[in-house]
Design a protein around this ligand. Structure first.
Ligand code: FPP
Length: 248
């Protein structure tokens, strides 16, 4: 599939991706799981490039979940090293492509070197106006929602916030994604049909796209296919089809 096949007038503003299947992809080839993560980086590069080219404004990648800390130490260390090496290697190219980098998640839980590299990339790209690339690192939606609840409760306790004034806008402003619109499309690779603690609040009305393709095989063509699939869908937000048609 080519970018020309995509209707630029009905693009999702924000696409979120659960990049799954690196380990299985490697195992199928008789390789170490880490090899799968390295190949997964090529898919990240491809998808970031094509998302920017077609005009997607926000791309969130679930790169490391809170639960991923429970993996064998060697794999966690390898993933952190890969993250640092990738950002170090790619930041100039991302900057040239006008990509702005963001991180969501428990930033303080990341190794110091990882925090430093990420912060530098965020600072270097801070004034860019193209694709917003959001890496979810040490992220889980339950962690995020609990943090928001705690912050709101603290403000209520201090008398800064009246509990009667807590509405969707107030709650949303305490999420770590508060600067970004909710994703219209969530993609998960590798055949699992789960959300796995990813953006639980923000995905309330997102279209979900599940593909059996493992992440290292998910490249430009597969991303464009997912966008084309999204463009075939009718988003009703609880209304009926005729109401949606009459607003078009
Ligand atoms: C899921 O595959 C993938 C991850 C937990 C890590 C994703 C990381 C990368 C693609 C590399 C670094 C990313 C960036 C943004 C530079 P899995 O290990 O759960 O695979 P499995 O389900 O087959 O075991």
């Amino acid at each position: 599939m080519q970018p020309e096949a995509i209707d630029k007038r009905s693009l999702p503003q924000h696409v979120a991706i659960i990049m799954d299947g690196n380990g299985r992809w490697a195992k199928e080839r008789g390789q170490d799981r880490i090899y799968g993560h390295h190949e997964g980086v090529i898919s990240v590069r491809d998808v970031v490039a094509v998302a920017g080219e077609i005009g997607i404004q926000y791309l969130t990648l679930y790169a490391f979940s809170t639960e991923n800390w429970n993996r064998p130490k060697a794999e966690v260390d390898a993933l952190m090293e890969l993250l640092v090496a990738t950002i170090r290697k790619e930041v100039d190219e991302l900057h040239k492509k006008n990509v702005r980098m963001h991180v969501i998640g428990d930033f303080a839980a990341l190794p110091e070197i990882c925090q430093k590299e990420m912060q530098e990339a965020i600072d270097i790209t801070a004034n860019n106006t193209g694709l917003n690339l959001i890496l979810a690192l040490s992220y889980s939606a339950k962690w995020e929602i609990l943090n928001a609840v705690k912050a709101i409760a603290q403000k209520a306790k201090e008398g800064v916030l009246n509990p009667d004034d807590i509405d969707e806008t107030v709650f949303h402003s305490h999420l770590c994604t508060h600067r970004f619109p909710d994703p219209e499309l969530m993609i998960r690779t590798s055949g699992e049909s789960r959300i796995s603690n990813f953006l639980l609040y923000q995905l309330a009305y997102s279209e979900l796209y599940f593909t059996p393709t493992h992440w290292p095989d998910f490249r430009r063509a597969q991303f464009l296919q997912a966008i084309a699939d999204y463009q075939q869908r009718e988003r009703r937000f609880g209304m009926i089809s005729e109401q949606i048609q009459s607003t078009k």
